[in-house]
Design a protein around this ligand. Structure first.
Ligand code: MG
Length: 255
């Protein structure tokens, strides 16, 4: 079953969405050459404490994780695609960094991710990878319309990726979000249009395309968490928390 929330509850969710967006904006500004991944995590942790929020990541220990995550931020650098566990690494100019962040504030969760290039781009292809992810996210959001089917979101994302020549991994994708970080349904980043549950006002989804330059296969780093491309090619990942409303999609985590 997919939870539906009243307009009053959606109004309550705006605070956590705005907070998650503001933290990612601050982290984007802070992600300069010489700054370490642990420092970015500490900055996010400070902002969580000041806001009275609760991290969704720090105690998170699903079956695919090697141990409780222990940090409040995912920092995926270069060939790391998802779930990057922050470690003592100083960012270098040209790194492709993806930041994924989710917290609970006031009883509601929002989840969002951004990709950026630190300093000067190493290649134009890295920016193109980010741009295609963002275009796929926009397409997925545009399909989050009452009366559509869940598969329309998946198809919209996958169609953009494939039109630009990228392979899509459907093992990890979007999800429902609300009182907790991961709720029904799961939203693969490719699928059949017109299939799946009908979208209705009050449903809240984390929509999150991610792509790698030359593969769709990943492996888990020895840290037990970080998912890396099998061929070493770089990855990008973007995400917003989006509400289906009677007036169209509402992005809660806009920056
Ligand atoms: Mg996320």
């Amino acid at each position: 079953m997919i939870q539906r929330h009243s307009p009053a509850r959606i109004e309550e969710m705006r605070a956590v969405g705005a907070f998650v967006g503001s933290v990612l904006s601050a982290l984007e500004s802070a992600a300069k050459p010489g700054v370490s991944l642990v420092e970015l995590d500490a900055l996010a942790h400070d902002m969580i404490r000041q806001a009275g929020a609760t991290s969704c990541y720090i105690d998170y220990h699903p079956s695919f994780g090697g141990s409780p995550f222990g940090k409040v931020l995912c920092t995926s650098v270069n060939d790391a695609a998802l779930h990057g566990l922050p470690y003592d690494y100083d960012l270098q100019s040209g790194d492709l960094l993806s930041l994924d962040f989710a917290v609970n504030l006031g009883g509601w969760v929002a989840d969002s991710a951004v990709s950026l290039i630190v300093g000067t781009p190493a290649t134009a292809e890295d920016q193109r990878l980010i741009d295609v992810c963002e275009e796929a996210l926009e397409a997925g959001i545009a399909a989050a319309v009452a009366g559509n089917r869940l598969g329309d979101i998946s198809h919209a994302i996958g169609a953009v990726a494939k039109a630009h020549g990228f392979e899509v991994n459907t093992d990890f994708g979007g999800h429902g979000v609300g009182r907790t970080m991961h709720e029904n349904p799961s939203i693969p980043n490719d699928g059949m249009p017109g299939q799946g549950p009908k979208l209705q006002p009050g449903m809240v989804f984390a929509i999150e395309p991610w792509l790698m330059h030359t593969t769709s296969e990943i492996f888990t780093d020895t840290d037990g968490w970080t998912l890396r491309s099998i061929d070493g090619s770089r990855a990008a990942h973007v995400e917003h928390t989006v509400v289906v409303t009677k007036d169209g999609p509402l992005v809660l985590t806009a920056r």
